[in-house]
Design a protein around this ligand. Structure first.
Ligand SMILES: CC(C)(COP(=O)(O)OP(=O)(O)OC[C@H]1O[C@@H](n2cnc3c(N)ncnc32)[C@H](O)[C@@H]1OP(=O)(O)O)[C@@H](O)C(=O)NCCC(=O)NCCS
Length: 328
């Protein structure tokens, strides 16, 4: 199958109507719009209302992507939902989305790789399509992170938001589609971003909930350094693998975690600002939804043209990181 690649045939996104602004956070914790803006670039983030849940946004994002790709849900062979905030523990949010869409032929599952989840999903879908295991794949990143954010911890609560993004993949000519994809992780850094409670190790109880063990804990400035190093290294690696250089990249879509991380990675790669996409001001960090939301915004705004080279890179809790290079 050397004459075939997996390509992105359609994208979509969706997010809650609710908006949490920096001004509102100023009333909740000791912070300021000025601190949040200068240290992160974030001005607002979307926040799901009570009663809203992850698969609702995932289904909307996936439906948009399927429509754009002109693929019937019944044709999907593989459905991957990247999320760290599933609807429930069993079954997978992937299976819930499958039933909602009527994607009845698909093998559906969840993928837990935090903010790298969408690129993990693209990488696995790419392999499944190129080996002929699947013809069409639906990869979704969907999160309601605000349910796991401690709104008394100013170090984390300003960062995270909710939303979902999706992409439909299928076979394309070998001169297009995914040219290189790589995913990595290093569990030695697991305490840089984690939620200690709520699983079998520390089962949910009145005690764990009172202690806030289900909330995200983060070592922000350590993670910052890992993020810059891992995203720039993996980007260079996949460009090398494809025999391309940073100058060839038409659009760089990094995981939206912090504007200063984006600027540092783009600086290391030598990709100038007008080739870097940022929506961090509007969305904050939506974990696995961040890259597919950004990708779909770029498609909608006409920022990606046929034949453009699009570089995506991510890092997240685990720690995990990944890079995917696509010829559009
Ligand atoms: C979290 C992050 C914004 C903090 O920025 P920073 O420049 O590293 O700031 P530090 O953590 O060193 O803290 C500097 C000071 O600001 C304070 N501070 C932290 N959050 C604050 C807030 N929201 N408002 C005001 N002050 C804040 C700290 O308490 C600290 O005060 P101190 O010097 O009196 O102790 C930044 O480290 C970051 O983005 N890291 C990556 C996190 C990430 O992306 N996580 C998701 C991974 S996918």
């Amino acid at each position: 199958m050397a004459d075939m690649h997996a390509g992105i045939l359609g994208t979509g996104h969706s997010y809650p109507e609710g908006i949490l602004t920096n001004a509102e956070l100023e009333r909740m914790v000791e912070t300021s719009d000025d601190w949040i803006t200068t240290r992160t670039g974030i001005k607002q983030r979307r926040k799901a209302a009570p009663g809203e849940y992850t698969s609702q946004f995932a289904v909307r994002a996936a439906s948009n992507a399927l429509e754009r790709a002109r693929i019937d849900p019944a044709e999907i062979d593989l459905l991957l939902c990247a999320t760290v905030t599933p609807d429930q523990i069993l079954p997978s949010t992937g299976c819930i989305i499958q039933a909602e869409l009527g994607a009845n032929k698909a093998a559906a599952m969840d993928l837990v790789a935090a903010c790298s989840g969408f690129l993990y999903g693209l990488t696995l879908a790419d392999t499944m399509i190129r080996t002929g295991q699947s013809r069409y794949a639906l990869v979704i990143g969907a999160e309601i992170l605000t349910q796991y954010v401690d709104y008394t911890d100013r170090g984390t609560c300003v960062l995270f938001g909710d939303g979902a993004g999706a992409a439909v993949l299928g076979p394309v000519d070998a001169n297009r589609g995914i040219l290189a994809a790589r995913i990595r992780s290093d569990g030695r850094y697991l305490e840089q971003l984690y939620a200690p409670g709520g699983g079998t190790r520390r089962p949910p109880s009145a005690e764990t909930i009172a202690a806030g063990d289900h909330f995200f804990k983060m070592k922000g400035n350590e993670l910052f350094k890992v993020a810059v190093r891992s995203m720039s290294e993996i980007s260079t690696d996949i460009l090398d693998e494809a025999g391309l250089r940073a100058e060839d990249v038409d659009l760089f879509i990094p995981h939206q975690a912090n504007q200063r991380i984006t600027d540092a990675v783009a600086g290391k790669l030598n990709v100038d600002n007008d080739r870097v996409y940022s929506n961090i001001a509007m969305h904050g960090n939506t974990s696995s939804a961040s890259i597919p939301i950004a990708l779909d915004e770029c498609v909608e705004a006409g920022r990606i043209k046929e034949n453009d080279l699009v570089l995506m890179a991510s890092f997240g809790g685990g720690v995990t990181w990944g890079g995917v290079l696509v010829r559009w």
